[in-house]
Ligand binder design. Structure first.
Ligand code: CUO
Length: 657
């Protein structure tokens, strides 16, 4: 029996079980003498599975161990919520471990990992225990299945000794233009971020776990930023922005995942070109396509009325401050939706319809495709088409809000006079990108005994280190504080024309946001890329399990990967606009104690158990239509903002990490 989570480091962990354990897990009974014989070794950590630790699992056992698990399937969510509750209710860590050992051996492994991970993120007594990166637990959800055959072969031929890294095969062909974006969609760090985000913000669990500050708004904003980033990359690759999905039409884009759903080597189903979603009639998911129309009609009606109707028939106004949060929870929806009967399951069921497009009535006995899983959904081009549709709903709502007046944007007395990007070895105002090769050890997630490491070498985008240098003049009579907001957008649209502000505003990607002290007179602010509150560093994305880990890493697993902070650009240099704004801290400030809390990537992930660290609407100042008479970015600017033309230059070379 392999360890559940290596909570105490890389020492081998064994479990002592009682007769009751075999009542729950009878399939191990025949192996009992073998299991017990391992208890004698000195250097092993021993965990006793107590009789009292065997919970009543009920419906948690209904999901077969070899099935795939999806947060978008209501039944799976219900089971997960139940298992999260079981883990949350256990009084102490020893008992949690003991129960986890027992549960692990009889429930579906993805369900187990998800529920235990959510519980460990939210239990006060497991805050210092690291979760292993999901990619090392379930590499099959990230890595081409060919790699595992090679790893097995290597392990047999070369047991225990140092092995050559296995090269991740290319999954892009020149014939399919969508493959130009494979480096983004299949990036390990991006998919890990998305999986982790949904772990931190579950759709269903106890209210205490789900009801985080501005959760619905963050669902909107984090996914809006993903779409903005994807569209940016598309323009860099000579492609148009992604088209929002019209579910009544065929989906032009195909997707072939080349992943296995589990260690039993069943492939993730593919989607060929020109498929259309159809009514679902499966045991785990029954829904008519027509329901999407019904739900979206109700949602749009609510947006235009400026209010929603809750389950008791009460009217709740979509106010300027709270409206987007209500709408986010309602469109997703999470259990915080004000009325699931009326507004339905729009976004989640959209994932399901697409995920089952190849077998909507289960006649072929096929499981769901990558869109059914938050760890894999971002690999598929249709993810961005579906989320563009979802984002359009939020943009429709944002267009109903009062526009920011000049006084809501300006910071009197504060002028941003100059901004500059300083990179090593290149002219100022240039971001440099290139390919980099890195390695990750996936031995922990192998289903065979992989003594030693199983290194996989993969290629990812990377940018040169850079620093922002921002000159700010404080002409007021006092020292001041401000929030420095840094965004980047393409300078031209796909036809090469300058943008209208109303279109460019949703193309801005956030690069950083931080508080600054401004003394009277001239101030120079310098800020390095690795300080960004959008990202987590490469090492954290792929962090190793440290012996006796003490830092509260769990929440920090959420964050855009630093290596994808800057879009790819082009070899000639991709014209972009860097935007910097200093807003009045008095209007942004959120007073709370953040000592000892991980707040690496607050912009897209929030801060655990704390308020979102910025009082403004997420995406401010680009989240609303501009004031009357403003058609261009230049016209939008107030003295506390500045735009600088910059270039993103891609160097088509390969560098080792
Ligand atoms: Cu993150 Cu649709 O919500 O994938």
């Amino acid at each position: 029996l392999e360890p559940v989570f290596m909570a105490k480091g890389p020492k081998k962990t064994v479990f002592e079980v009682t007769e009751e354990y075999f009542n729950v897990n009878p399939r191990y009974k025949s192996k009992a003498p073998h299991v017990r014989s391992r208890f004698a070794e000195d250097d092993e950590e021993r965990i006793v599975v107590k009789k009292t630790s065997i919970p009543s699992l009920g419906e948690c056992l209904e999901l077969e161990r070899d099935e795939n698990f999806s947060l978008f399937i209501p039944k799976h969510r219900d089971i997960a919520a139940k298992l999260i509750d079981i883990f949350m209710d256990i009084p102490n860590v020893d008992d949690l471990l003991s129960t986890a050992v027992c549960v692990r051996d009889c429930v579906n492994p993805y369900l187990f990992n998800y529920a235990l991970s959510v519980a460990m993120l939210h239990r006060p007594d497991t805050q210092d225990t690291e979760l292993p990166p999901f990619i090392t637990s379930f590499p099959n959800k990230f890595v081409d299945s060919k790699v595992f055959a090679k790893a097995r072969e290597q392990a047999m031929m070369n047991p225990g000794s140092s092995r050559e890294p296995i090269e991740l095969p290319q999954t892009a062909s020149d014939l399919e233009v969508e493959h130009r974006l494979a480096y983004f969609r299949e990036d390990f760090g991006i998919n890990l971020h998305h999986w982790h985000w949904h772990l931190v913000y579950p759709i269903k669990a106890t209210k205490k776990i789900v009801d985080k500050d501005r959760r619905g708004e963050l669902f909107y904003y984090m996914h809006q930023q993903i779409i903005a980033r994807y569209n940016y990359e598309r323009l860099c690759n000579d492609l148009k922005r992604t088209k929002k999905l019209d579910w009544t039409e065929e989906i032009e884009e195909a997707y072939f995942p080349k992943l296995d759903t589990s260690s039993n080597s069943k492939s993730y189903p593919a989607r060929v070109v020109n498929q259309r979603i159809r009514d679902l009639n499966r045991k785990e998911a029954k829904q008519d396509v027509e329901d999407l129309k019904r739900w979206s009609d109700q949602i749009f009606a609510a947006i235009h009325q400026g209010s929603v109707i809750d389950e008791r028939g009460c009217i709740i106004n979509l106010t300027e401050s709270r409206g987007i949060d209500i709408l986010g929870n309602m469109v997703e929806p999470s259990i915080l939706s004000p009325n699931r009967a009326l507004y339905g399951e729009l976004h989640n069921m959209g994932h399901d319809f697409i995920a089952y497009i190849h077998d909507p009535d289960n006649r072929h006995l096929e499981s769901f495709g990558v869109m059914g899983d938050t760890a894999t959904a971002m690999r598929d081009p249709v993810f961005y088409r579906w989320h563009s549709y979802i984002d359009d709903i939020f943009q429709e709502y944002k267009a109903t809000l009062p526009r920011y007046s000049e006084s809501q944007l300006n910071y009197p007395g504060i002028t941003v006079s100059e901004i500059e990007v300083q990179s090593h070895r290149s002219p100022n105002n240039t971001f440099n990108t290139f390919w980099q090769q890195s390695e990750v050890d996936l031995s922990a997630g192998m289903d065979f005994h992989a003594e030693g490491s199983v290194l996989v070498r993969f290629t990812h985008l990377q940018h040169e280190p850079f620093t922002f240098k921002i000159s700010v003049n404080n002409q007021s009579n006092c020292n001041k504080q401000g929030t420095c907001r840094i965004f980047l957008a393409p300078k031209y649209d796909e036809t090469g024309k300058p943008w209208l502000f109303r279109d460019q505003k949703i193309m801005f990607i956030e690069l950083d946001k931080f508080t600054v002290d401004l003394k009277r007179g001239q101030n120079i602010i310098t800020r390095a890329h690795h300080e960004s509150t959008v990202t987590i560093p490469f090492e954290k994305t792929f962090r190793k399990i440290q012996a006796g880990g003490s830092a509260p890493f769990n929440f920090c697993g959420c964050g855009w990967p630093d290596h994808m902070l800057i879009p790819k650009g082009t070899t000639e240099g991709f014209a972009s606009q860097l935007f910097v704004m200093i807003s009045n801290y008095e209007d942004d400030k959120v007073t709370q104690d953040l000592t000892g809390v991980c707040n690496d990537a607050g912009s897209y992930c929030g801060i655990k158990d704390k308020l979102y660290p910025d009082r403004r609407a997420m995406g401010y100042p680009f989240d609303r239509l501009p004031r009357k008479g403003v058609d261009t970015l230049q016209e939008f600017l107030t003295p506390n903002m500045k735009v600088q033309d910059v270039t993103i230059k891609f160097n088509d070379r390969m560098s080792a990490a």
